[in-house]
Design a protein. Structure first.
Length: 436
């Protein structure tokens, strides 16, 4: 990894893309600290230590806690992308857009932007209304003599939506002019920033000394060992793949001979990545989030928090079942055994011991289902077990939210993908130089 970074800065074009990526990420982090006029950051900070707002604060890199311009960040865009992926399976028109190449991709991107605006507005209203119930959360010194609560709330909502749109724009610019997927990198930076802030806060407790400081040292040591173990497990499974050998028969066309070589089809153990966890947790926590923002004192919210809130056994069972469902759902979108079997047959290939055509399709489908099952079990384990262990070891919710298993899975996946993108950029430049 370090050798790749060293070689990247030696190449002029790749170095320029890296610097553009770093500059746009710096602008994003700067927006996470610019306060919104009309917000009292102290009141915001005291209400984002735990719960769903604490998780949202961790993804945005403490922007929500700061009452900053990027308080809701890239979350609406992520939810819009999830909704559109689910709708693509059910709506034929969206499936046609996917097959239209770049033109269809632009149409899908535009629809995603519209959905993002709607979700950003809904989330901004929910956050503002929720915090408006807190004494002193909204400042009364914005509009001078026209200090009406509804006017201040509208002003705050508009700025939050603008911040979310600017975040989406930064992510798209990173994808176009930088290296890697911009949206993923924004999430990566937000999680890393929240983790850094939580670690610094814990070290301040250690420096304070006393009995509490000594306990904090042992907590940090145990926590570091568990984090490293989880990181190793995630990297091991993320890079694991089943290689299905394929043999291509020799073909003579004119005076040349083609084929006669052996290759393989790589099928990843966890091909769907972190998406099933995001889908499952978003679906099961959506009613709780709405109730917490709109009616935190209602009986429905209390009932949901008791029986279906994070930490209950019903919540764990439902999350595991939803992860299993979405793993198979996403695997069907990403891996189509029928298309792969058809392509192998068209180019004169075959799998040893398996007849071409339908038997090859059934063989690949059987392998994909087995791998998807093991991948789903791994995701369910990562989503539930480490977080419970971290919460038992650490009593500080900010550190638990910053190092959630889902967040670590996102960080590892994005880091590995960024490294691959950087290597491909360097390889491309080397080939261009060789051709010149």
């Amino acid at each position: 990894m370090f050798e790749t970074l060293k070689n990247a800065f030696k190449n002029k074009d790749v170095r320029r893309k890296l610097l553009i990526t770093l500059a746009l990420l710096f602008i994003y982090r700067l927006g996470c600290w610019i306060p919104i006029p009309g917000i009292n950051p102290t009141a915001f900070s005291s209400n984002t230590t735990d719960g769903l707002l604490g998780l949202l604060n961790g993804i945005t890199g403490s922007a929500l806690e700061n009452g900053a311009l990027f308080a809701i960040g890239i979350t609406p865009y992520i939810n819009a992308s999830i909704i559109l992926q689910l709708l693509t399976v059910a709506i034929p028109r969206l499936q046609e857009y996917q097959k239209q190449g770049d033109d269809g991709k632009r149409k899908i991107t535009q629809i995603t932007r519209y959905i993002t605006i709607a979700l950003a507005l809904a989330q901004a209203i929910g956050v503002t209304v929720s915090y408006a119930r807190t004494s002193g959360a909204l400042s009364t010194e914005v509009f001078g003599p026209m200090n009406q609560p509804w006017l201040i709330g509208m002003f705050v909502c508009v700025l939050m939506v603008m911040g979310s749109m600017l975040t989406m724009w930064l992510g798209e610019r990173i994808t176009d002019y930088g290296i890697g997927n911009g949206i993923s990198l924004l999430i990566f930076v937000g999680i890393i920033a929240s983790a850094g802030i939580a670690i610094v806060s814990k070290f301040e407790t250690v420096v304070g000394g006393g009995t509490e400081g000594q306990m904090a040292i042992w907590e940090l040591v145990g926590f570091a060992i568990m984090v490293i173990a989880v990181f190793l497990l995630i990297v091991f499974v993320d890079l694991a793949e089943r290689r299905v050998p394929v043999q291509y028969a020799k073909q003579i066309k004119g005076r040349k001979q083609y084929g006669g070589q052996s290759t393989f089809i790589p099928i990843k153990l966890n091909a769907s990545g972190v998406m099933p966890i995001i889908f499952a947790t978003a679906l099961i926590t959506f009613p709780q989030m709405i109730a917490q923002l709109v009616a935190p004192n209602s009986g429905f919210y209390a009932w949901w928090q008791t029986w279906l809130g994070a930490g209950s056994w019903i919540y764990a069972i439902l999350v595991a079942l939803l992860i299993l469902f979405f793993s198979y759902f996403y695997a069907q979108i990403e891996f189509n055994p029928e298309d792969i079997s058809r392509n192998i047959q068209q180019y004169g290939g075959f799998i040893n011991g398996i007849r071409p055509g339908k038997p090859t399709t059934e063989y690949l489908a059987r392998i994909s289902k087995r791998l998807t099952l093991f991948g789903a079990i791994f995701l369910a384990f990562i989503a539930l077990v480490p977080s419970v262990v971290f919460a038992a070891v650490l009593k500080e919710p900010t550190l638990v939210n910053a190092f959630s298993a889902t967040g670590m899975l996102i960080v590892v996946s994005v880091a590995l993908e960024f490294n691959k993108q950087l290597q491909s950029q360097l390889m491309m430049k080397q080939y261009k130089g060789f051709l010149k």
